[in-house]
Design a protein around this ligand. Structure first.
Ligand SMILES: Cc1cc2nc3c(=O)[nH]c(=O)nc-3n(C[C@H](O)[C@H](O)[C@H](O)COP(=O)(O)OP(=O)(O)OC[C@H]3O[C@@H](n4cnc5c(N)ncnc54)[C@H](O)[C@@H]3O)c2cc1C
Length: 258
């Protein structure tokens, strides 16, 4: 059995700016020389969006993009942060994790591995560290998961025979897998593609990188925050890290739910 103990996070997508179009907009509004000091498109887009609100391109205050975005966080002008968008693929996570993740609605987009179309007979299973650490509990968990996996395989086989009269083999497999998956446990490994804007990622991180969050989602939130802090420090640099007794990390910011 393929047992998984750590999630993996892949940073897939960032934005780009059409510099010619920005220059054309500035020229059309008699702004001759506005620049900012970030190379990160998401950070620059947020600043441009914020400056459009007051047409404050002509005499920017000193401090550059970092100071500009810090002010946005301080005054809670969070809608400006919706213009920066980042995409991740998350693997090695359980269906319990994705059930919690997809509760985050505003500003998020998801595409998840389908258990109707994809055969799960060779699926991996995510074992919580506190179970893995105890040999007796690990044995209980392994036995339960193996039994579910075996039941799934037998059900797929039996249901394939039951739907053998259907002419379309794809429909046949789908009918079998969508019913058989009912016995798969929450521990079943899944993969999910997630896109969210900076405001939405911040809200997710506040709730899920907290010490009160469940361990698996906190690990993912911490990995995403660490990556976003490297990618866009002016948007995510205000979080302070805290080491927790279980070896994981939490993070918190004074600028909550902007
Ligand atoms: C520690 C923890 C424990 C939890 N335990 C449970 C539990 O036991 N049971 C359970 O069901 N859930 C539980 N949740 C999930 C929680 O209730 C939220 O569904 C989840 O955190 C997503 O938060 P959200 O709705 O703020 O996010 P989003 O859906 O991303 O929404 C962001 C914000 O947009 C606004 N918003 C979004 N939709 C609406 C709307 N329809 N109307 C008005 N305003 C809206 C709200 O201000 C909201 O905070 C838990 C979450 C955490 C962090």
């Amino acid at each position: 059995m393929n047992i998984i103990r750590e999630p993996k996070v892949y940073f897939l997508g960032r934005q780009d700016i059409d510099a010619g179009e920005l220059d054309r907009f500035l020229a059309d509004h008699d702004v001759s020389a506005w620049t900012t000091d970030t190379e990160v498109a998401g950070e620059k887009l947020c600043e441009v969006a914020g400056r459009v609100c007051y047409m404050s391109f002509a005499r920017p205050r000193p401090g550059g993009n970092a100071v500009y975005l810090r002010h946005i966080l301080e005054v809670g002008h969070g809608s400006v942060l919706e213009h920066a968008v980042f995409s991740f693929i998350i693997t090695g996570v359980s269906r319990s994790f994705t059930h919690e993740l997809v509760r985050h609605r505003a500003g998020f987009g998801y595409s998840q591995l389908s258990q109707r179309y994809v055969d799960e007979s060779q699926a991996g299973f995510v074992e919580p560290a506190c179970i893995a650490a105890d040999p007796e509990l690990h044995a209980v968990w392994t036995q339960a998961v193996e039994s579910c996996r075996a039941a799934y395989a037998r059900l797929v086989e039996g249901l394939a025979a039951r739907f053998a009269h259907l002419p379309d083999p794809t429909a046949r497999r789908k009918m079998a897998r969508q019913a058989a998956r009912s016995v798969l446990p929450n521990a079943t490994e899944t993969k999910i593609f997630v896109t969210a804007n900076a405001r939405a990622w911040r809200h997710f991180i506040e709730l899920r990188c907290s010490e009160h969050a469940e361990v698996e989602i906190r690990k993912v939130a911490a990995a995403i925050l660490a990556r976003l802090q490297r990618e866009a420090p002016n948007l995510f640099g205000d979080y302070a890290w805290v080491d927790l007794p279980d070896g994981t990390r939490a993070a918190a910011t004074p600028h909550r739910k902007v």
